[in-house]
Design a protein around this ligand. Sequence first.
Ligand code: ADP
Ligand code: MG
Length: 311
Amino acid sequence: MALDEFALIERFFHWAPQSASTVLGVGDDAALLKPGGDEQLVVTTDTLIRNRHFDDRIAPEDLGWKALAVSLSDLAAMAARPVAFTLALTLPAPDGEWLNAFSRGLRAAADDFALDLVGGDTTRGELSITITAIGQVPPGKAWRRAGARPGDALWVSGCLGDAALALHLGESAPRALRQELDHPQPRVAAALQLREQVRAALDISDGLSSDLNHMLVASGVGATLQVDQLPQSPAFRSCAAPADLKRHCQLHGGDDYELLVAVAPDEDLQQRCPALRWTRIGCIEAEPGMRLDEGQGRVVALQSAAWNHFA
Ligand code: ADP
Ligand code: MG
């Protein structure tokens, strides 16, 4: 069956709206949304380009999931509740089997996090996926990168380095590591639960060192991280990769869709949010810059070393 643009949209991306805030979804020239109460809208866009952000090793179903998950991670980092998203999809050819799997993964993420696909655009070209996600947050409650104060504790959700190690190992990566790379879990529920406790936050999709640096610059402070506190998953710990590679993945690797937050020193996030692993990895200091405490009194400077598209 020939799959023209409109048939393709109808078949794979026209789902019944679920959310009360969707007045009008796919089908007209634009969508109509009605945010609840006096809440503010939170808007974020991310593009995934083939052979830049993903390669053909990822299953199309995982790609659909991940495309939305990365945007949901940005909403979580602002403590926003997801409301709706749009999808701009560029395809080399309309492949029904691929679209079926991709839309299934995308829809699984949309259903899990209760947001509607309300529109998009479909074009021909090299495979690329752009998602704009919209969330909402009560006035003054959005988390920002600025706000960390000397004495605050730095906590991170989940584990560090799995995705980067999977990428590095390629075909030989253990399944559990590969799963973190291909099917990340945005920390939406934890963010909503911890809304009141957090003073500064971001997600560490570009790598811990790079994203921590963004928080520190925005907040006008510095920090020291405890290297022996960086959380490792069981699969990461048992993987027989060189120790310096593993450390690099933990400190600088990208695609960890975890939250990094600064909170008051007496706050215990693990107790407050037990559904997720939380680890206290360092503290905020007045002296600018990043430092790494390697134990036995050895403290070294930490440089940010993340991927930069234009460096
Ligand atoms: P227009 O030409 O007016 O921009 P389109 O013909 O591109 O509209 O799209 C028709 C409808 O389908 C619009 O409501 C648009 O938002 C929606 N749409 C197009 N592509 C997608 C997609 N990939 N996913 C979801 N909705 C889409
Ligand atoms: Mg269009």
